[in-house]
Design a protein around this ligand. Structure first.
Ligand SMILES: [Zn+2]
Length: 229
C-alpha cells in the first residue's frame, strides 16, 4: 500500500486512507487526515528523495508533520512509501513535581531522549536519574528501589533474560561505558519500570500524605464550626 500524489488530482482519493497515530499535541491515538500536500508537478521537477506532508489530527485539529520516502516517480504521479517518520513525537508525561529536584532534572532529560528515539542516551539518563533518587532516599533507598522493581517484574511477568539489561542500567555499579545497548523494545520496558519505581518511591507517598493532610484540614475546619455553633 502506498500514497499517490497525482499531478492533476492531488492526493488520490481511493488511496487516501487515513493514518492513525498518537498525536504529539493531544496525546490521543487518532486518525490523521491530509491537510497540506505538496504539489506533484514541482516534486516531478525536483525529484526529492523525501517528501513532507502535513496531516490534521481528527481529535484536536493540530497540524502534524510527517516525512515520507518516495518510492517511485511516474510520468504524472509520485508514489510514496507508506511508512513515515514522525517529526514531532508525543512527549512522555510524568508527575514530576513529586520527584526530588535533581532526580526531576535527570528524568525529564531521559524522557526527552526517549521521545527522540535516542534509546541509549535515554538509558544513560535513566542511570543518572536512578542514582540521584537513591541518594535522595538516603540509607536503604537503593535496596528499597530494588525491591520495587523486582515486584514490578513479577507483576508484569517479564522474563529474567528480558529484565537483565533493565536491572543492569538501573542498579549495576560499573561505569557508564559498561551499560548494555538497548533497542526500542527494551527501552520501552525500562521506561515503564523506572516510572513505576519512581511512582512507588515518591509519587505514591507524596499523593497520599497530601490527600490525608487535606482530609485533616477539613475535619479540623468542621470541628471549628461546631464549636462556634
Ligand atoms: Zn491531536
Amino acid at each position: 500500500m502506498s500514497i499517490i500524489l497525482d499531478k492533476d488530482q492531488g492526493i488520490e482519493n481511493e488511496l487516501e486512507e487515513r493514518i492513525g497515530l498518537e498525536c504529539p499535541y493531544c496525546g490521543v491515538y487518532a486518525h490523521m487526515s491530509p491537510q497540506s500536500v505538496p504539489d506533484a508537478a514541482s516534486l516531478l521537477r525536483d525529484r526529492p528523495k523525501h517528501v513532507g506532508l502535513v496531516y490534521q489530527c481528527d481529535s484536536c485539529h493540530a497540524p502534524v508533520f510527517l516525512r515520507f520516502a518516495v518510492r517511485e516517480y511516474g510520468d504524472n504521479r509520485v508514489e510514496l512509501l507508506r511508512n513515515f517518520v514522525e517529526l514531532e513525537r508525543p512527549k512522555e508525561r510524568f508527575a514530576f513535581s513529586y520527584l526530588p529536584q535533581h532526580t526531576e532534572i535527570m528524568f525529564r532529560e531521559a524522557l526527552t531522549c526517549y521521545s527522540n528515539n535516542s534509546f541509549n542516551a535515554f538509558a544513560s539518563m535513566c542511570r543518572r536519574a536512578a542514582q540521584s533518587s537513591f541518594i535522595a532516599m538516603g540509607e536503604g533507598g537503593k535496596l528499597r528501589a530494588f525491591e520495587e522493581i523486582m515486584a514490578a517484574q513479577k507483576i508484569a511477568g517479564i522474563s529474567d533474560d528480558a529484565f537483565a539489561p533493565i536491572k543492569a542500567v538501573l542498579f549495576a555499579t560499573g561505569q557508564q561505558e559498561d551499560l548494555p545497548v538497548l533497542n526500542r523494545a527494551q527501552a520501552g520496558i525500562l521506561l515503564e519500570i523506572l516510572k513505576d519505581m519512581f511512582y512507588q518511591c515518591f509519587v505514591r507517598h507524596g499523593k497520599l500524605t497530601r490527600a490525608i493532610k487535606v482530609r485533616r484540614f477539613f475535619v479540623s475546619e468542621d470541628n471549628g464550626n461546631l464549636q462556634l455553633a
